[in-house]
Design a protein around this ligand. Structure first.
Ligand code: CO
Length: 441
């Protein structure tokens, strides 16, 4: 199934900036929000058919699956989703990278709910293929400006006191990077799917660094992966000591191979490239190392040719996951707008939703835990009268930061950037429910 479209197929200007869908009438808009006179009538249009007193076998015949034995216990020793969910998978954008060993797959956000991403659906980005590491042969070295260089086995790390569980989002800095110059990809899986949110189990990095004894002139930590790309990033010591983790489990089980088995670095709220997988080495130094991934890559080219560097924090961002191009509206009447919000600076405090391209906003309902630097779920229950909508969401975090529009972002950053695009996303919902990636001026 190929739901996306690239610039080669449709061109970057499929919905020019400034184009708006037919505007909603005030009455239609209020009704759509469930606030107008039509709301009560709309409320009765829920699809479920009312049953008479007690189940009547003539209304609901005994289904075929009730007439035979089902599959036995442990047919799948590691459980799998229902066969009817087979399309809920990570997907690629074919034109994006030439080789599977240096590629990216995207989380199917449109089909997910709640705040935790299932391990098998977490997007993957790597630069030299998956390293296959024997846990018995795994070693983590700490050296450089430390009093006592140390080497840990996996068992050493798992026996250490002070183990923690923390939920954090991991977002690639290039998430939404293809959208800098206009609407490109038809689906939140592709526009926003380089993010996942899981519970990590591990040891604070501070614990390991304290055991090695960081010397006074130590100011940076180099994290290096054991994959063929030898992924390396420089991390300020202050961040390393504050909240970084050396994690060995995600969502209660061992890390998946593609997520760094057996040990990865967790760098809460900061760009995903720094969360080094297959963590092999931590070196303490007095300045950054100027590695490839922090010089020619993961810097933000401005309009005047200068670059922003060491832009680590992922700013507050949100996206409506349903409706979206892969999850169109199917029914008039009651519907639930569902989406996610996150901030690398703290906790999501509020999410507003617009149905008319940003003219009017309604505060959505944050449902479930809103934890710092973790994905947060929001809902807006509304009645859809079948009119065209321009659906947007706008996140605010507890520092007071408000997610900008794409044009506000471009006014400051230009359009050369790949990274750190946290602008407001717009979905055009047509009157037949089909939904498309567009921009408003
Ligand atoms: Co950056």
């Amino acid at each position: 199934m190929s739901q996306h479209s690239g610039p080669g197929q449709q061109g970057p200007e499929k919905m020019p900036s400034g184009t708006r869908a037919a505007s909603l009438s005030r009455r239609g808009f209020l009704s759509a929000l469930g606030m107008g006179a039509g709301a009560a009538a709309g409320g009765s249009a829920l699809a479920g058919r009312a049953l008479a007193a007690g189940p009547d076998p003539n209304i609901v015949p005994v289904p075929e699956w009730s007439k035979m034995l089902g599959a036995g216990v442990n047919v799948n020793p590691y459980g799998k989703p229902s066969m009817f969910e087979k399309d809920v998978v990570r997907r690629e954008v074919e034109w994006l990278t030439a080789s599977r060993e240096s590629s990216v797959s995207f989380t199917p956000l449109y089909a997910l709910d709640g705040v935790i991403t299932p391990n098998g659906l977490c997007f993957v980005r790597h630069h030299g293929g998956e390293a296959e590491i024997d846990p018995d042969k795994y070693r983590l070295m700490i050296h450089g400006l430390v009093d006592k260089p140390l080497v840990f086995t996996l068992e050493d790390i798992k026996r250490m006191p002070g183990r923690v569980n923390r939920a954090y989002f991991l977002e690639c800095a290039a998430n939404s990077g293809m959208e800098w110059r206009g609407a490109q990809l038809n689906g939140c899986q592709f526009t926003h799917g380089m993010i996942h949110n899981v519970f990590y189990t591990g040891i604070p990095l501070k614990t390991l660094l304290d055991m090695a004894g960081v010397q006074a002139k130590g100011k940076w930590v180099l994290a290096e992966g054991a994959d063929a790309a030898v992924m390396t990033r420089s991390i300020p010591l202050e961040k390393a000591m504050k909240d970084c983790l050396v994690a060995f489990a995600m969502n209660g089980e061992a890390l998946r191979p593609e997520q760094g088995y057996p040990v990865r670095l967790v760098v809460p709220g900061w760009e995903g490239n720094m969360w080094v997988k297959w963590l092999r080495r931590l070196k303490v130094g007095d300045e950054p190392w100027q590695q490839r991934e922090e010089t020619s890559k993961y810097t933000d080219l401005l309009a005047d040719g200068r670059s922003r560097r060491f832009t680590f924090v992922m700013d507050a961002k949100s996206v409506v996951t349903s409706p979206s191009p892969q999850a169109p509206l199917k029914h008039k009447g009651p519907n639930v707008i569902s989406g996610i919000a996150w901030s690398g600076r703290g906790t999501i405090k509020r999410v507003d939703v617009s149905l008319d391209g940003g003219r009017n906003w309604t505060t959505a309902r944050i449902e479930g835990p809103a934890m710092p630097m973790a994905m947060t779920r929001f809902y807006l229950d509304f009645d859809w009268a079948g009119d065209e909508l321009m659906v947007q969401s706008r996140a605010m975090d507890d520092t007071g930061y408000v997610q900008p529009t794409k044009n506000e972002l471009r006014a400051v950053r230009g359009t050369n950037s790949i990274y750190h695009n946290n602008g407001i996303q717009t979905w055009l919902v047509r009157s037949n429910g089909e939904t498309e990636n567009v921009e408003v001026g």
